[in-house]
Design a protein around this ligand. Structure first.
Ligand code: NA7
Length: 875
């Protein structure tokens, strides 16, 4: 709904009455003046002017309140809150008044007391509900709207008393409002700004509650009404001199009262020692000059004050949410100022998001370089993917000794892997060992999620928000959020109606699950399902697997490692690491055969593929010929070899054919390693449902309904994967220059330079970000390369006196073109894989990993760095 539409749908009676509020005559006669307003405000005033009606000051207060209330009904509803509660406070003089506590969905990081405008005569907390909610959502503060007593029924100082009583009530109840002691902000617009200023002065004079900030939106500050704006009708849009006189006459008819600072805060003799203030004004507002004068007077008295005038705006624009775009702009501005204000208490050089392998190593490196660093992690321990994926059978499918850190030789030597492919608990133990060994936990804040990160162009720093209400200011923001960490929530109709047990492989209960005696459904047949299914089948009474796309899987031949091979590896680690770094996928053995598949006869080829099969190494089949991933015929030969293996492993020919993938080339979706996966379908208690033949229609309260009927289950296991590569980044509201949201920038797919940096987002780094080799490689090899590169870049910046670095658009485009060309040389784009975003409905289809190889990519990154970070802009 546009601003004008919103207004147009408002009650006509309200419009007519409000029209007088605008000085319609002045508007008609001075069209040149109102055209100085922005378009929406001009249209808004023109609509009011065309209606013609008495001004508020020509009405009785009750009638004016009614009109004001009806105008407010055209505001859109505000955002949802965690809770909204109205309370009645008994003030110090015994009178009661209402407050409304709006609690944001995050733990509040401040309490913002808002006094509404309306000349002490009009307005109430219902009319400010939308603005209050918007403020709570944007600032992360609990907002307390105050329904102070109004004039003329209750003249000065009733409103000022209530305003102060609201402050002391909030101060006394801060832990029930915010969960802990948080900073208090007093805020208000127009007459409400007056009350906020008055409250701040009284709190100072009486040594009352600590106020962290005053937010004064075009506040009334002086009953003398003698600033230049009062003499200039051109400057009086939506509020004019007669209406101000009417307000003052109702609030403080006694002229002597108006001279007191309790009514006119600008009259206070000493403004020093007041809390910092943010004064917001509008260019065409009768209150502009007195508001700015008050701000300047506080400044002169040594108070930190920011005065922000919104050009081409009129009085009241801030409090018309949804009607004027400028209201949203001003709200964002105020939000950022409050962010800055609250952020100053927590400052570090770098914030790292995520304490998986990437976050841990990055913390270690930056610490070594002397940077103060905080890691924010949503889990209660380190480990990332290995913390969350605890489903039965979860294990690494790259050899354990290759899937480990190389940066510290002592670490390599002291840690001994027990199996060829370690199970999840052992890898988690390794992550914990790394955290202990390098004393990482002291800089990691656990059980906390980053919800927003906003780049502040003035300070060239990031404000990083957490769901615990903290804001951290950091020069560098490093996303170590993982490529496969944002769970794809089950996108099947009715998924939330199932009454039995529901499990998601990537969010497995820590205490484990006992499926004994149960009828279990598994949905999905990717790597996670393939690992879990044999274990679930052994426990469950019956297991039904729902397969949409079959995977190519080969046996892992997992086994305990022998002492001799452990020792052999430990003595040759350096050479092995070197080979990893210079290999396409960071998995150097078996070596890639540089011969095309067609160059060998059937028998030699069969022998070669058998050897690859027996190795139980993930990349062995795709490495068997140089063209397996780029030539359809070559791929067909290898794919058919695997299909024959599946046929040999599964007794029932129909089930075997269903399990044999035929719709995409081998290797173009993530291949899998398994232990007894296909053999599991030979069990009597296991059944396969081919969703291509009988698609799922819905999940019901008791089971799963496909086009062939409904089956009931005790438990459903969703092994349905992740919103890969971009999901974890886009779920955080990351905003760069000009408030550009990363999610918007990536609306048609991720744009990055090297998968490390994003144009328009200075000092933001993404470890194994989209368009880097990441998931096409051994993740640990890629993580180490990225962390080393980022750390070197930061060191270089410091050595050369640069405070910011960001990719240029040009470099980003060049990288995107190169990426696309590289992908198009292969068969990868043919498959509907998560590499391409095809698994998430509505996700743009782009190939999200660099296919040129870890070795080539490393070379490119190093060349760019040694060429003074070509493609980056520094400041
Ligand atoms: P994957 O590999 O994305 O597998 C998810 C599976 O779930 C896959 O078989 C999907 O079929 C299937 N799926 C997803 N949504 C549905 C719906 N709505 N209906 C039916 N089937 C569905 O995730 P994993 O957790 O197994 O593995 C992720 C990576 O982690 C893995 O590759 C390793 O790198 C580690 P689809 O193929 O989309 O037709």
């Amino acid at each position: 709904m546009s601003a004008v539409d919103g207004w147009g749908s408002a009650n006509r009676y309200a419009l007519e009455i409000a029209a007088g509020h605008v000085q319609s005559r002045a508007i008609r006669q001075r069209g040149n003046v109102i055209m100085k307003l922005d378009l929406a405000s001009t249209a808004f005033l023109a609509q009011l002017a065309s209606l013609g009606a008495p001004g508020f000051h020509e009405m009785e207060p009750e009638e004016a309140r009614l009109a004001g209330g009806q105008i407010a009904e055209s505001y859109p509803p505000g955002p949802d809150m965690a809770s909204v509660r109205d309370e009645t406070i008994t003030g110090s003089d015994g009178a009661g008044f209402r407050v409304r506590v709006l609690s944001p969905t995050e733990t509040p990081r401040a309490a913002l007391i808002f006094y509404h405008g309306g000349g002490w005569v009009l307005g109430d907390i219902d009319q400010y509900d939308t603005l209050g909610r918007q403020l709570a959502k944007r600032t992360g503060a609990a907002v307390i709207l105050v329904d102070y007593r109004k004039a003329p029924e209750n003249r000065y100082p009733a409103a000022a008393h209530d305003a102060y009583d609201a402050l002391t009530w909030v101060d006394a109840n801060i832990t029930s409002i915010a969960g802990k002691r948080v900073p208090i902000i007093v805020a208000g617009d127009s007459a409400g700004g007056n009350l906020a200023a008055v409250v701040a002065q009284r709190a100072k004079a009486e040594n009352g509650p600590d106020i962290s900030l005053q937010l004064l939106v075009y506040p009334v500050t002086d009953g003398a009404m003698n600033t230049p704006g009062y003499a200039n009708p051109d400057n009086q849009l939506l509020l004019n001199t007669p209406l101000m006189e009417w307000f003052w006459d109702h609030y403080a008819p006694n002229k002597k009262d108006r001279e007191e600072p309790g009514a006119s805060p600008a009259r206070a003799k000493d403004l020093s020692g007041l809390p910092p203030a943010l004064v917001v004004t509008a260019e065409y507002d009768v209150l502009r000059d007195e508001a700015e004068a008050y701000g300047e007077a506080m400044q002169a008295a040594g108070v930190p004050v920011t005065i922000k005038r919104f050009d081409r705006q009129m009085h009241n624009f801030f409090a018309m949410p949804g009607l004027l775009p400028a209201a949203a702009t001003a709200l964002e501005y105020v939000g950022q100022q409050i962010d800055r204000h609250l952020a100053t208490s927590s400052e570090v050089d770098a914030v790292i998001v995520g304490a998986g392998f990437a976050g841990m190593y990055q913390l270690h490196k930056l610490r070594q370089q002397g940077l103060s660093t905080r890691v924010i992690e949503r889990a209660d321990d380190v480990g990332g993917t290995w913390y969350w994926n605890r489903y039965p059978g979860a294990r690494v499918d790259i050899e354990s000794m290759a899937y480990s850190f190389s940066f510290d030789e002592e670490l390599e030597q002291e840690w001994t892997w027990k199996e060829k492919y370690s199970p999840q608990p052992e890898i988690l133990e390794y992550a914990q060992h790394v955290a202990d060994r390098f004393d990482l936990r002291r800089d990691i804040t656990f059980e906390t999620s980053v919800t927003r990160a906003l780049y502040n162009e003035d300070t060239a720093r990031w404000n990083v928000y957490t769901d615990s209400g903290e804001v951290i200011s950091a020069q560098y923001l490093i996303m170590a959020t993982g490529c496969l960490s944002a769970i794809k929530t089950p996108d099947i109709p009715g998924a939330d109606t199932f009454k039995g047990e529901t499990y998601i492989t990537g969010l497995w209960p820590h205490e484990g699950v006992d499926f004994s005696g149960k009828k279990v459904a598994v949905i999905g047949t990717g790597s996670s399902a393939i690992q879990a299914i044999p274990h679930i089948a052994e426990q469950a009474d019956q297991l039904t697997v729902h397969q949409r796309t079959p995977a190519y899987s080969m046996p892992a031949f997992n086994r305990p490692l022998e002492e001799t091979e452990i020792q052999q590896m430990k003595t040759t680690y350096r050479d092995y690491r070197e080979a990893q770094r210079n290999h396409l996928a960071g998995i150097p053995y078996p070596e890639r055969n540089l011969m095309p598949a067609a160059a060998e006869g059937d028998n030699e080829r069969k022998a070669r593929l058998e050897t690859a099969w027996e190795s139980g190494i993930l990349t062995a089949l795709t490495s068997s010929y140089m063209d397996v991933l780029s030539n359809q015929d070559a791929n067909d030969l290898v794919s058919e070899f695997v299909r024959d293996k599946i046929r040999a492993r599964v007794k029932d020919p129909e089930t075997a054919e269903t399990l044999a993938p035929k719709t995409y080339p081998l290797g173009t979706k993530r291949p899998c390693l398994d232990t007894n996966y296909y053999e599991t379908y030979n069990r009597d208690n296991v059944r396969l449902v081919d969703l291509h033949k009988t698609p799922i229609q819905e999940i019901t309260p008791t089971g799963v309904r496909t086009t062939s009927g409904e089956d009931s289950y005790d438990a459903i296991v969703f092994a349905t994967g992740f919103d890969a590569m971009t999901g974890a980044l886009e779920r955080i509201d990351i905003r760069g220059i000009n408030d550009m949201a990363l999610k918007d920038k990536w609306a048609d797919g991720p744009h990055t330079y090297l998968g490390l940096s994003v144009a328009g987002f200075p000092n933001l780094f993404t470890i194994t970000g989209p368009s880097s080799p990441s998931v096409l490689s051994n993740m640990i090899v890629s993580i180490e390369q990225h962390v080393d590169w980022i750390s070197d870049c930061i060191a270089w910046m410091r050595d050369n006196g640069h405070t910011t670095i960001a990719a240029t658009e040009k470099a980003e485009t060049e990288w995107a073109i190169h990426n696309e060309q590289a992908a198009n040389l292969t068969l990868f784009p043919q498959a509907n894989s998560w590499y391409i975003g095809a698994n998430v409905p509505g996700k743009p289809r782009t190939f999200m990993a660099y296919i040129g190889g870890v070795d080539v990519y490393r070379h490119i990154c190093d060349s760019i760095a040694s060429d003074n970070y070509q493609g980056f802009e520094t400041a």
